[in-house]
Ligand binder design. Structure first.
Ligand SMILES: Cc1cc2nc3c(=O)[nH]c(=O)nc-3n(C[C@H](O)[C@H](O)[C@H](O)COP(=O)(O)OP(=O)(O)OC[C@H]3O[C@@H](n4cnc5c(N)ncnc54)[C@H](O)[C@@H]3O)c2cc1C
Length: 344
């Protein structure tokens, strides 16, 4: 069993924050996970499950054990003329799974191309992009309860998926290690192209001779994302730092007095609307700002970046200042999407 001590986590988070964990273990099986969590010296210390580290901000050293999900495997467990069910180990890289399905021409997750991170973390915030969310293809997940070592299967309903949210970010936060996820993909895919710049990019690819297919749609999404978002290998970041707020219509109407064209999206509740956090932050003057080692990305104000040797606290402080300025200007309280470790 590979248990390491005093390990730098810099290579394990996409912000590139240089902090240490007291202990670190690569988890490759349930048996090994149980051995680690019940080891005498480890059983009572804090535990942090880590995938690709692409939705996490470390604000200090982690005084406990980091459990890196390194379980691999994709298994076809059910097939009908219309659909396939895949059982995917939590340590698989999400985009590798997307590519695997694209190659087989199985539809459902191509709009989620190029989202960084692991399959096991995907249910935590019900990952989503370009009009599709994980919950749209989700069947169930298998997880190990860290305090007792017991295994449990969660149905879709039990996961309580919502916009960038699930039970694993709420009442069961940090309790369950997700080691496997079951998804349903379609053999006769339905193309979801009504979002953002998809249609325009698809048209360009089709003009260049590509047929409309799952693969072409995935290529279009990859192109759009690469143009819009910073590559964490080049500039440290964690994608969108805040969620898009859902606000009462009265707040929208107040903003419209000064900004009649404020973008907004209807919600099920007719008295509420969703506003793009990026727009609010941009209107407060934050887009592309550099503050010491930190800042916001010049093409997308919602993405906070590490320009070099930023500490997690510096990035957290910037997020706090942005929160306060949006609150002051628009009376809207933004909520962080990124999981902050060490501030509460
Ligand atoms: C450039 C960029 C673009 C992004 N774009 C998007 C996007 O379009 N849509 C979107 O939804 N997200 C996006 N993200 C955020 C991120 O990719 C997703 O949230 C992803 O699912 C995180 O996976 P991870 O393995 O890196 O999780 P980590 O950052 O390692 O962990 C995130 C949280 O989940 C917990 N966790 C991780 N693995 C497990 C597990 N197996 N069991 C239980 N808990 C676990 C961790 O403890 C932590 O609280 C983006 C991030 C970046 C850097």
């Amino acid at each position: 069993m590979l248990l390491q001590k005093s390990i730098s986590l810099q290579a394990y988070n996409t912000f590139g924050i240089d902090v240490e964990a007291n202990y670190f273990a690569n988890i490759t099986s349930i048996h090994q996970l149980r051995q680690i969590i019940f080891k005498e010296e480890l059983k009572d210390i804090p535990k942090l499950i880590l995938g690709g580290g692409s939705n996490i901000l470390f604000t200090g050293n982690f005084e406990g054990i980091v459990l890196l999900n390194a379980m691999k495997g994709i298994t076809l467990i059910r097939e009908t003329p219309q659909e396939v069910w895949l059982q995917v180990a939590g340590g698989e890289v999400w985009h590798d799974l997307v590519q695997y399905c694209v190659q087989k021409n199985w539809g459902g997750i191509e709009n989620l191309s190029l989202i960084p991170g692991s399959v096991g973390a995907a249910p935590i915030q019900n990952i989503g992009a370009y009009g599709v969310e994980l919950k749209d293809v989700f069947i169930s997940l298998d997880a190990l309860h860290l305090p007792t070592g017991q295994l449990r299967t969660f149905s879709k309903e039990e996961c309580q998926f919502d916009y960038r949210n699930s039970i694993f970010k709420q009442s069961l936060k940090g309790q369950y290690f997700i080691y496997s996820v079951c998804l349903c993909l379609q053999k006769q895919p339905v193309f979801n192209t009504n979002y953002g710049a998809i249609q325009q990019t698809l048209a360009q690819l089709e003009q260049a001779g590509k047929e409309r297919s799952i693969a072409t749609l995935s290529e279009a999404i990859c192109q759009i994302r690469s143009q819009k978002l910073p590559d964490p290998k080049v500039i440290g970041n964690s994608g969108s730092f805040f969620k898009n707020p859902e606000v009462p219509r009265s707040i929208l109407e107040a903003i419209q007095k000064n900004y009649p064209k404020v973008p907004n999206y209807p919600l099920k509740d007719p008295n509420k609307v969703k506003l793009p956090a990026a727009w609010l932050i941009e209107k407060c003057g934050w887009k592309g700002k550099v503050i010491g080692n930190t800042g916001t990305y010049h093409k997308q104000a919602l993405v906070l970046v590490n320009h070099g040797n930023a500490t997690g606290k510096e990035i957290y402080n910037l997020s706090e200042t942005i929160l306060q300025s949006v609150k002051k200007q628009f009376d809207i309280e933004l909520e962080r999407e990124v999981n902050v470790i060490g501030m509460n």
